[in-house]
Design a protein around this ligand. Structure first.
Ligand code: RNT
Ligand code: ZN
Length: 422
């Protein structure tokens, strides 16, 4: 552990005493936080572009806005940017990679032809960083997804293509998990849906269920690999109907005991996912979170330390759900420095977890005794506890900058590296 600066040490020591008064052990909270990995999504680094040489633009009802200079153009640049971001984030984390980020040379390798060898560079990089990896089939930004349907497509040949892609992705995920000694969560998200009101809402869902059964037919070793499925309420151009809705995947995941992915931006605008966790985890084995922030729509803004995020963290900690929850990020903002975006969003997710780990036990006791007046009073008072001093001490103990000191490093990297990219 690194030694904290004098000021941090002073503030931490009074924060520690203040928390101790409330029956909270700040050292135990930091020891718990260091064990929680966050899966950093590669796609914040290049605006969900990927490295295929097809020139296909982003599709699938998702959109990145902004043109901040310096986005990564190659796997090496993306890895360098991730290295920078990781050096600013306390703890040991994971990489979440999409299939179209494979290293294909200049060859055209279609999505159904991808193999573990195309991901060797990423696996080697993760291994040298001591990180685990997660994976995703890419069922968008492709001519065979251009009409908005993939695994639920009415044409069998198109469905089969995407089934093959998802099967190949699971094998790659399993190879990653095996190589890195930690299970890879491979998350299936598809964009399928209709812009306008459909007549037949059932058949696409029946086809999706059938395709998924084929995708998941082969049992893979859970030591290396876990399957997740991600629902959505609507996308751009699929406003009226999405085949893989919440009910669809909740049902599918329960029936088949798959990991259920909940993306914070995939529900009605004011609907949070925090309250879903305790229910869903009664019936599905594990959850994958896509920590995101929808603003008016599923806009994937950088995660801030808002009530929605703090409620998610509180639910995980209060109900001891962390061991069954994989925390991943899913935002893509191209209007600000992309490394800063990773740093802000990941640090906020960790801050929310720290705040939850520092929750005074008196809150639960008040509720247990039926004293809801005290529960509310204590809950509000807890918001003013000095968690920021604990956060700074935690950052410094992990050898990463505290406060906003990381920003100077991002600015430096921007002028020495990013600004040189055309
Ligand atoms: C899209 C889903 C999905 C994607 C990534 C790129 O609405 O949230 O998770 O954001 O796979
Ligand atoms: Zn998502």
């Amino acid at each position: 552990m690194a030694k904290p600066s004098k000021l941090t040490a002073q503030s931490y020591s009074s924060a520690k005493a203040r928390y101790a008064e409330m029956g909270v052990d700040t050292e135990a909270a930091m020891a718990a936080l260091v064990r929680i990995p966050i899966s950093l999504h590669c796609w914040q680094g290049d605006d969900v572009g990927g490295f295929e040489s097809t020139g296909e633009g982003l599709s699938g009802g998702i959109a990145v806005t902004g043109n901040y200079p310096g986005k990564a153009r190659t796997p090496d640049e993306l890895r360098a940017d991730l290295d920078k971001a990781l050096s600013l984030i306390p703890g040991k984390h994971r990489l979440n990679l999409h299939a179209f980020y494979g290293e294909f040379g200049n060859k055209k390798v279609d999505r159904n032809e991808i193999r573990p060898e195309h991901f060797k560079g990423w696996i080697d990089w993760a291994k040298s960083n001591g990180m685990g990896m997660d994976f995703n089939p890419t069922c968008f930004s492709h001519p065979k997804a251009a009409d908005g349907f993939t695994l639920s497509h009415p044409k069998k040949a198109i469905r089969d293509f995407w089934i093959e892609h998802c099967i190949a992705s699971r094998e790659i995920g399993a190879a990653m998990g095996k190589a890195l000694g930690s299970p890879t969560v491979t998350n299936v998200w598809i964009p399928d849906g209709f812009k306008d009101t459909p007549v037949d809402r059932l058949s696409p869902r029946q086809r999706l269920s059938d395709s998924l059964d084929k995708v998941f037919a082969k049992k893979l070793n859970p030591k290396h690999h876990l399957d997740a499925v991600e629902c959505k309420l609507f996308g751009i151009g699929s406003e009226s109907y999405v085949v893989g809705s919440h009910e669809f995947y909740m049902g599918y995941a329960i029936k088949n005991q798959k990991v259920l992915c909940l993306d914070a931006g995939h529900f009605h605008p004011t609907e949070g996912i925090a309250d879903k966790l305790s229910s869903a985890l009664m019936f599905v084995p594990e959850i994958l979170l896509h920590v995101s922030r929808g603003v008016r729509w599923d806009s994937d803004h950088v995660v801030t330390l808002d009530d929605a995020l703090q409620s998610i963290a509180a639910e995980l900690v209060r109900n001891k759900l962390l061991s069954r929850t994989h925390i991943g990020l899913d935002f893509f903002d191209a209007s600000i420095n992309r490394i800063a975006a990773w740093s802000i969003g990941t640090r906020n997710t960790l801050k929310a977890l720290l705040i939850a780990l520092l929750e005074p036990p008196a809150l639960r006791e008040a509720e247990k005794s039926g004293d809801y007046t005290s529960r509310l009073a204590l809950m509000e008072d807890a918001k003013g506890l000095p968690w920021g001093a604990v956060w700074d001490a935690y950052c410094e103990s992990q050898n990463v900058p505290s406060g906003t000191d990381w920003l100077a490093e991002v600015k430096q990297y921007e002028s020495s590296v990013l600004s040189k990219r055309a």
